[in-house]
Design a protein around this ligand. Structure first.
Ligand code: PMT
Length: 221
């Protein structure tokens, strides 16, 4: 991609995990490091975009020129994404959002008891699904992390969440997925176009994905 392909465009990206607290010292989370989402933010900025990055708790420095908003929970991420959504032309959800959270968050540290502990979990809001409902002119891209039947599950998410494209991570593949510096993905567009991006650094994958996205955004740009 040449410089400037996203000049004048506002791009919203989510990255990293969420943390869902049980009490002040314990939480549920996942293995997302934020590397994939941060690489997308960096490369979109290089293409001239104005980038807002909604980030779960990660150990990464903010790419230069990117406006970063830190969040902790799925609920925080939902609120920030919904608020920013209307002002953006391209939205990419690379974050790994919790599907469940503890039904109750205790104000004080839970005390150890003799018996087993049973925690009740409740569903979080599906951010991507809500964005798909609200979509007007935005180009909406989701990610899917799958361990099996990844093309089939990816296509289902593309349709059910009203996305324009989905990036499917087969997280069982060598050198792909959570925490790694490299990735290997399949890009699926609503038109049925399907493109594999071979194993390379997350920055190279981000460049390749943005090139595909820009061409599918087409004349809208
Ligand atoms: O951060 P890294 O270590 O670099 O790893 C990258 C990654 C593997 C986390 C990333 O590339 C990736 O695949 N992110 C999506 C992981 C995920 O949560 O997939 P999912 O299949 O559970 O969710 C599908 C989509 O729905 C995602 O775009 C997710 O952001 C979104 N979602 C999920 C749950 C929820 N409550 N709201 C959502 O919007």
């Amino acid at each position: 991609a040449s410089r400037g392909l996203l000049e004048g465009k506002n791009v919203l990206i989510s990255a990293g995990p969420t943390q869902e607290s049980v009490d002040p010292v314990r939480f549920f989370t996942n293995h997302s490091s934020g590397k994939m989402g941060y690489a997308l933010a960096r490369q979109a900025t290089n293409l001239g975009a104005t980038v807002t990055l909604i980030s779960g708790p990660v150990d990464l420095t903010t790419p230069q020129g990117v406006k970063r908003i830190d969040v902790q929970t799925a609920e925080d991420m939902y609120n920030n994404m919904i608020e920013a959504f209307d002002h953006n032309d391209l939205v990419i959800k690379a974050a790994a959002v919790a599907d469940y959270r503890p039904k109750v968050t205790f104000e004080h540290k839970m005390k150890k008891k003799q018996d087993d502990l049973i925690l009740e979990m409740e569903r979080t809001k599906d951010i991507l699904k809500e964005l798909g409902k609200r979509k007007s002119s935005q180009f909406l891209v989701g990610f899917a992390a799958e361990t099996d039947k990844y093309l089939e599950y990816g296509r289902k998410k593309l349709v059910s969440k009203n996305l324009d494209a989905i990036v499917i991570n087969d997280i069982t593949a060598e050198g792909a997925g959570f925490r790694k510096d490299t990735n290997q993905v399949t890009y699926l567009h609503t038109s049925g176009k399907q493109q594999q991006l071979a194993l390379s650094s997350k920055d190279e994958i981000a460049k390749g994905l943005l090139q595909l996205i820009v061409s599918d955004m087409g004349e809208g740009l």
